[in-house]
Design a protein. Structure first.
Length: 493
């Protein structure tokens, strides 16, 4: 029932684009153009804290705890159905709309993604930092300009492959899209973003498009096969290991990867960790573990090298830590980066200015309705907050909200007042509440290990320093490219 079209609806006075009163086609078209994160901010500036984007589809501008808190009863909206396989028995953690099942699954696997567990994967990340550093040294010697966004995605893909399968995919070695995985992921992303707006069409469209080479649906099928093949190979390896020997130890001397930990748990209790759980978590790592980190890395580098004073301040902090290190040939440890307060502020500010996701996080108002931002919403209405809208709140972050200013976080922490609480409440680069990204610690680990190393050793000259970078938003707000020249930092060989 479309409450927004009824004259007696409590939402009849909520403003928005005229066409949005009658159809979601307006929203579909605007999302299709790939810049809705910017338009979403402008819509709230024009219409206020609540904006109609379609019949029973409303964008909100504040992170209401009833909607996004840990005890929220608001399930995810139907848009997320576009991100799962049409088969009812195929589901993954990110798009799961079943609150109870999601909570149980998350609880089952969250220890694998805890900060203490993730730190055990540092050696995997170190390997990838070394390879990328070697590539950048070659580019510095040759004078060749590169698209650093592409290389950051190569890095993120190889790290997540290393962590999940103890095997890098080889993106960093070859500098190219191995097996078409990047392209398949991109096609799948566009497909899911758009079809989710009319999610009831997804099963019918998918059945046709998965047979069409180059389509978003075929891209998803490719990724699913890719993951299953990796699992099958590992299962064959484990069958050849004598039962009296620890299978994981026999396979490698390094820390257990995700796949082995999942398989061990499955063999111990197949009812608790099923074969599908192994596939589902392996798939989730690949889909969510590359683009988000590459985008965040790109944002940190982009804003640093467009703000020389901030870069110099960060370098001073890094150099001071580096002088006290015994082994300067290795990347900074994660623990060392946690003792860099300015660097931590740089990360937060870069992720505030450019969060990876750029569409509203849709939630369905539960039975009984709810009051949000002073407005009553009947049950069944869909509401959503875009992280870009939250992050560009002038009331929260100040009139200089568009400026890259890491100091704002340091100043807020010193005040320890309502200002800091509000900033933290509006900061949501990895989502909010019980649906916060499970793999956020992996992303932060990758950023923490790589950026200080790059800042210490290299200078990057933006090919177009006075021009804002171009982005494309199909759920993830990806920089189209960021061409840079690579140079050795003065005094660093």
């Amino acid at each position: 029932m479309y409450y927004g079209m009824h004259f007696n609806s409590p939402l009849r006075w909520v403003l928005g684009p005229s066409l949005a009163c009658f159809t979601r086609l307006w929203y579909l078209n605007r999302v299709r153009l790939g810049h809705f994160h910017e338009e979403n901010i402008a819509l709230h500036q024009k219409y206020g804290p609540i904006v109609r984007l379609g019949p029973d589809l409303y964008s909100i501008s504040t992170p209401d705890k009833a909607v996004y808190g840990f005890a929220s009863r608001f399930p995810k909206g139907s848009w997320y159905d576009g991100w799962k396989h049409p088969s009812p028995d195929r589901w993954t953690l990110f798009p799961d709309r079943n609150i109870q099942r999601h909570a149980e699954t998350r609880k089952r696997f969250q220890t694998m993604y805890s900060l203490s567990s993730i730190i055990g994967y540092e050696t995997y990340v170190d390997d990838c930092v070394r390879i990328l550093s070697k590539k950048l040294r070659n580019f510095a010697l040759s004078g060749e300009n590169i698209d650093i966004v592409h290389w950051f995605q190569c890095y993120a893909f190889d790290v997540i492959g290393h962590i999940t399968y103890s095997q890098r995919f080889g993106f960093l070695d070859r500098g190219e899209d191995i097996s078409g995985l990047m392209k398949a992921l991109e096609r799948s992303m566009v497909y899911s973003t758009l079809v989710g707006i009319y999610a009831w069409l997804h099963p019918y469209i998918f059945a046709i498009m998965e047979k069409m080479p180059g389509s978003g649906a075929s891209g998803r099928a490719f990724i699913m096969k890719f993951v299953q093949d990796r699992i099958d190979v590992r299962n064959e390896q484990r069958k050849k290991i004598p039962s009296e020997i620890s299978k994981s130890q026999h396979l490698q001397d390094k820390p257990q990867d995700f796949l082995d930990r999942l398989t061990d748990a499955h063999e111990e209790d197949p009812s608790r960790v099923t074969a599908y759980h192994i596939f589902m978590m392996g798939l989730s790592n690949i889909i969510a573990g590359s683009d988000t980190t590459a985008i965040s890395l790109s944002s940190v580098l982009y804003h640093l090298f467009r703000n020389p004073r901030t870069l110099e301040k960060l370098r001073q902090e890094i150099d001071e830590i580096d002088q006290r290190r015994e082994c300067k040939e290795n990347a900074f440890s994660f623990k060392e980066t946690q003792n860099m307060p300015y660097f931590q502020a740089v990360i937060k500010e870069a992720l505030r200015l450019h969060p990876a996701t750029g569409l509203p996080l849709w939630r369905v108002v539960p039975d009984g309705g709810a009051t949000i931002a002073g407005q009553y919403f009947p049950a069944g209405v869909v509401v959503g907050l875009n992280s870009w809208v939250a992050h560009y709140s002038e009331e929260t972050f100040g009139e200089d909200v568009k400026e890259f200013k890491p100091e704002r976080w340091i100043e807020a922490a010193r005040s320890e007042g309502e200002k800091q609480k509000r900033m933290e409440a509006f900061y949501m680069p990895f989502g909010l509440g019980s649906r916060t990204c499970l793999g956020r610690h992996i992303s932060i680990l990758e950023i923490s290990k790589l950026i200080p190393w790059l800042v210490k050793h290299f200078d990057f000259e933006l090919e177009e320093p006075d021009k804002a970078w171009e982005t494309s938003n199909y759920w993830f707000v990806k920089p189209v490219r960021l061409c840079v020249g690579v140079k050795f930092r003065k005094g660093i060989l």
